[in-house]
Design a protein around this ligand. Structure first.
Ligand code: GLU
Length: 507
């Protein structure tokens, strides 16, 4: 079966199930949906598929909104903002599905099934033992409730099943995969014992009523497509186009799961300090090839707008790519370095606040200092969460600065002499209590460096590689810190001297 070429505005949807922390696959689908909608002109719909009440999680929907907005993958219609086809939450549409179930029953396309789960399990076991194909054996088909009651394994809460014919069409044309074959489906349940529709019925009804033109979903749904096409046919509706996306795989080529891979959870990326633009770029590369420049070279770094411009279903690699965190980290480092420093500083704020370094709403002097520190840190981190140990020393009182164990261990016998020489060398430089620099203030990195080199490298004869370790430890408490002289400049003379003196006196 092939779908007709589509005319008019396109309408695509992402249809996550709120069963826990949002899955990275949801953002992946949403991105490809949105790229096509932006390219073609149309609407992007968010629909919440919450018919699986056993796996439903209350806070999941809000997390979905938050993470998709964070990635700037915004929808035109959805449960939170409404739209012409509301409700966009399946649990609020139960009345919508019931008449279609009835229609299929009346037309003889569907039938009630009263088999208990124990009977179905026994049936499956028997089929497996006899090496028969597994599938519902239609014990209930053609029987009234009273007739069925006489037989074993009866429950009084029936489900409704599709009567899938032997000659069901198993081939369809996919936008990514071309002609695609799927296995013969079982008599799929379309209405559960609790009266809720299953995914298979609800997705077809909603995609039709919401005028969805293209269904983009993972390849795990290929085997369901013949059932869905059958429902479209039975209900007399035109089917949308299908694009089955390659699955996201881990380094062992296995389908990723929230159980095995922490990074299958979208919130994980936010917590770790990935930038949304890096994650979007990375997810685009999972399915779509890099940009090819005019001179034939490949470019892996591109904006969402560039992606939209080049987006093409036929370019998607059906095999998909391996989820390579090293690649994502590389991209993230790149995007971090590209940020305007004020923007970078404001993206650090939530992390610094969560780590107790800064209040939620820092004062103007704190923000000024953060901006200066951010400049030093920006080239030194891959994830925003890595900034805390580098930034913290600039926001603790001198008395509260803690010297880390490994920095202390690294101090050599000459540390006290080095600190004394530094104090003596820096004393004559006129300095303010901190930034900003004012008239006649000489407390700047170049001058500080000059004096310290003269005193410690030339004066004491300490090798340059070893000369500044004790000073770094004294001002930052860490073995690794942003560049020392710039850090001293930002801290200001008073704090720098206090810290040098404190460690000196301790030794
Ligand atoms: N609710 C389904 C899921 O979460 C959606 C599949 C589809 O897009 O049709 O996987």
């Amino acid at each position: 079966m092939s779908s007709k070429p589509h005319t008019g505005p396109v309408r695509l949807r992402v249809a996550p199930s709120p069963t826990g922390d949002p899955h990275v696959g949801t953002a992946y689908m949403a991105m490809f949906d949105l790229a096509y909608v932006r390219q073609q002109g149309g609407q992007f719909v968010l629909r919440i598929e919450d018919t699986d009440r056993a796996r439903f999680r209350e806070d999941s929907e809000q997390q979905l909104y938050d993470t998709l907005h964070w990635l700037d993958l915004n929808w035109d219609e959805g449960p939170d903002i409404g739209g012409p086809y509301a409700s966009y939450r399946q649990s609020e549409r139960l009345d919508t599905y019931a008449p279609y179930v009835q229609q299929l029953l009346d037309d003889g396309k569907a039938y009630h099934c009263w088999c208990s789960s124990e009977r179905l399990a026994e049936m499956r076991e028997r089929q497996q033992k006899l090496k028969q194909p597994t599938g519902y054996d239609r014990l209930c088909y053609g029987k009234t409730e009273d007739e069925r009651k006489e037989l074993p394994g009866f429950t009084d809460k029936p489900v409704v099943r599709m009567l899938v014919p032997d000659d069901v069409e198993l081939t369809f044309v996919d936008l990514i995969l071309g002609r695609t074959n799927a296995p013969k489906p079982d008599d799929q349940v379309i209405q559960k014992a609790d009266g809720f529709p299953t995914y298979h019925l609800a997705v077809v009804v909603d995609d039709h009523l919401m005028k969805i033109t293209h269904v983009v979903r993972g390849q795990e749904w290929i085997s369901s497509t013949p059932k869905h096409l059958l429902l479209y046919k039975w209900l007399g509706w035109e089917a949308p186009a299908f694009a089955h996306m390659p699955l996201l795989r881990d380094e062992k080529k296995a389908k990723i799961s929230k159980r095995k891979n922490p990074w299958a959870r979208l919130t994980w990326f936010k917590e770790q300090g990935y930038l949304p633009e890096a994650l979007v770029n990375f997810l685009a590369l999972q399915g779509h090839p890099p940009v090819i420049e005019e001179d034939g070279t490949e470019r892996e770094i591109f904006t969402f707008d560039e992606f939209v411009e080049r987006f093409d279903w036929s370019k998607i690699n059906p095999a998909g790519a391996m989820f390579n965190l090293d690649k994502l980290n590389w991209l993230n480092g790149h995007y971090i370095r590209e940020l305007e420093v004020g923007d970078f500083a404001s993206r650090l704020l939530p992390f610094l606040h969560a780590d107790g370094v800064l209040p939620a709403h820092p004062s103007l002097p704190e923000l000024g200092r953060l901006q200066n520190v951010a400049e030093l840190v920006q080239t030194r981190i891959t994830l925003l969460s890595e900034a805390t140990p580098l930034v913290k020393p600039f926001f603790v009182a001198d008395d509260d600065l803690e010297i880390s164990e490994d920095a202390r261990k690294d101090l050599k016998d000459n540390a006290k002499d080095v600190l004394a020489a530094a104090i003596e060398a820096l004393e004559p430089i006129s300095g303010s209590l901190g930034t900003p620099l004012g008239e006649g203030i000489e407390w700047i990195a170049e001058r500080i460096e000059k004096e310290l080199r003269a005193a410690i490298v030339d004066g004491l004869g300490v090798k340059p590689r070893l000369a500044f370790g004790p000073l770094r430890t004294a001002v930052s408490g860490q073995k690794i810190s942003p560049p020392l002289f710039e850090s001293m400049e930002i801290l200001g003379k008073h704090s720098t001297m206090q810290r040098l003196q404190a460690l000196h006196d301790e030794l």
